[in-house]
Ligand binder design. Structure first.
Ligand SMILES: Nc1nc2c(ncn2[C@@H]2O[C@H](COP(=O)(O)OP(=O)(O)OP(=O)(O)O)[C@@H](O)[C@H]2O)c(=O)[nH]1
Ligand SMILES: [Mg+2]
Length: 486
């Protein structure tokens, strides 16, 4: 409980940091069109994927303690269902249901980006609120089972893109298989081969071989397990075999026959890893913290490098303008003096009249400077701009592979911003913004990692760090462990 409270408090502090320090800068310099926190501000999410009838909905019902999702042997449910918590007293039940249009348009939810999948998808997207204690810290997303026989157009929306978008914001992705289809379904192949690697990280995916009670014998199970491992290695391209949880639902198995253990004696030698799976799912809020920390580090680093380049560009532009002004003045004064000299040579009696000489020379100087500004300066500015944009890499130091990778992500944004503004942005403000995001990227990231380490050392039931006033200059209002907690 204490630990849960800490996890929630730390999550809010990290979100505040993104909202207050990173987002305004990101919006100001064209780094992002929407506030950065839009996709991460909601609760931790667990995405359930897998082939049809692999037992996704049965597992969800089991976790929640109520049969709120339809289950059945054939492909049963063709909807994406977001299941979230509702603080309503009484027996556990669905307390509210909303359709896809609501979910896609309400800014409280992080699904606005999915609007692009169109009306057909919206009709297959829905929200269920349930007052199950399991949902207090997270939301679950049930998905339509993956199939062999459909083409994208049969579904009416791009299924792979939808699960890609959902996987992108999920903290944990469960991929369920069953003995009838151990990695042999076409849509599973596409999602593991292409979609998931492009939208999430390997360590966020949990593989589950479910319904193992459906195997006829231990030999049969070993054959299924071997097939799944082989298929996974083909699909993921990994040399090692990822851990695969072996599970079954005792209740569904009981309903399917005359008792799984009696029917399948080998099951008594195998641990049903259902409980382990439940514990892994319950860790989703902690995974969310890791993901938020990585999110903050990545974006703070990128923004810092972007601003570093913009500040350097703006400094060079200021120097260029100064040089140009000096040239205009020197040129103006020279032309003014030349005009006075020439008029004197050609017999105009200016020497005796210093006021007239000054007026003529000054006017000539001013006209020359104005002509410089309107003509030559513009030409030179275009050249400066062209040369600087072509060699933008020289504005920042790229002394490590990490910085080179970061630069690759922000270089087009820097070019775009400079082109769009024509260099008309405040150097002072850019410097202040740079210092702000650099502070987050260094001190802030360090504080977050320290807090996460502290949290990782705590046992779930242990009372946690007590709120202390934030330290002077600290980025997060983070707390140190009190001495009693060790
Ligand atoms: N024997 C056995 N049957 C199971 C198990 N888990 C689920 N089932 C049954 O398998 C069938 C399919 O389960 P669902 O939970 O509907 O599967 P799903 O993955 O949600 O299927 P779709 O929604 O169609 O993709 C149902 O009849 C369940 O009762 C299990 O561990 N063992
Ligand atoms: Mg289902």
């Amino acid at each position: 409980m204490y630990r849960d409270n800490d996890i929630t408090a730390l999550r809010h502090e990290m979100l505040d940091l993104v909202q207050q320090r990173l987002s305004p800068v990101a919006l100001r310099y064209g780094y992002s069109e929407a506030p950065l926190e839009a996709n991460i501000k909601w609760r931790p999410q667990v995405l359930f994927l897998g082939n049809y009838s692999s037992g996704k909905s049965t597992l969800i019902n089991e976790l929640l303690g109520v049969p709120i999702q339809a289950t059945g042997q054939a492909p049963t449910d063709d909807c994406f269902t977001v299941i979230t918590y509702d603080e309503v007293p009484g027996p556990v039940r669905v307390t509210e249901e909303r359709d896809g249009r609501f979910l896609l348009n309400d800014p409280e939810y992080p699904f606005e980006n999915l609007k692009r999948h169109g009306q057909r998808f919206a009709a297959h997207f829905r929200l269920k609120k349930v007052n199950s204690p399991f949902l207090k810290q997270m939301a679950l997303i049930d998905t339509p089972g993956m199939l062999d026989s459909v083409a994208e157009r049969d579904r009416g929306y791009n299924y792979q893109e939808v699960i890609g978008d959902l996987a992108h914001i999920a903290d944990l992705v469960l991929m369920l298989f069953d003995p009838h289809n151990p990695g042999t379904v076409r849509e599973v192949y596409s999602s593991l081969r292409e979609t998931l690697p492009a939208h999430t990280f390997e360590d966020r995916i949990l593989f589950v071989l479910n319904r193992i009670d459906a195997c006829a014998s231990l030999n049969d199970l070993l054959r299924v397990y071997g097939t799944l491992c082989w298929n996974l290695s083909q699909m993921t391209g990994r040399k090692d075999i990822p851990p695969i949880r072996l599970t079954y639902s005792p209740r569904a198995a009981e309903e399917a026959g005359d008792g799984p253990v009696r029917r399948r004696p080998y099951l008594q030698y195998l641990e049903n890893q259902r409980e382990e799976l439940r514990r892994a799912i319950q860790e989703a809020p902690r995974y969310r913290l890791d993901h938020l920390a990585a999110f903050i580090e990545t974006h703070a680093d990128r923004l810092a490098l972007l601003l570093n380049a913009l500040v350097e560009y703006r400094r060079r532009l200021r120097a260029f303008r100064l040089r140009s002004l000096v040239r205009a003045l020197v040129c103006g004064v020279s032309v003014g003096a030349l005009v006075v000299g020439l008029l004197t040579v050609f017999g105009v009696p200016l020497a005796g009249d210093p006021v007239l000489a000054g007026t003529v020379g000054g006017t000539a100087a001013l006209l020359t400077a104005a002509a410089w500004g309107a003509g030559l300066h513009r030409l030179l500015f275009k050249r400066f701009q062209r040369k600087t944009l072509a060699s933008l890499d020289q504005l920042v130091s790229l002394d490590s592979q990490t910085r080179r990778d970061t630069w690759q992500a922000v270089q087009p944004l820097a070019v775009d911003f400079i082109r769009r503004t024509g260099g008309r942005f405040s150097l002072g403000a850019a410097r202040r913004d740079f210092e702000c995001v650099r502070h987050v990227a260094t001190e802030g990231a360090g504080e977050i990692r320290a807090a996460l380490n502290e949290l990782a050392e705590m046992r779930p039931e242990e009372p946690s760090f007590r709120p202390l006033p934030p330290e002077e200059g600290s980025v997060l209002p983070l707390r140190k462990a009190s001495p009693e907690n060790g």
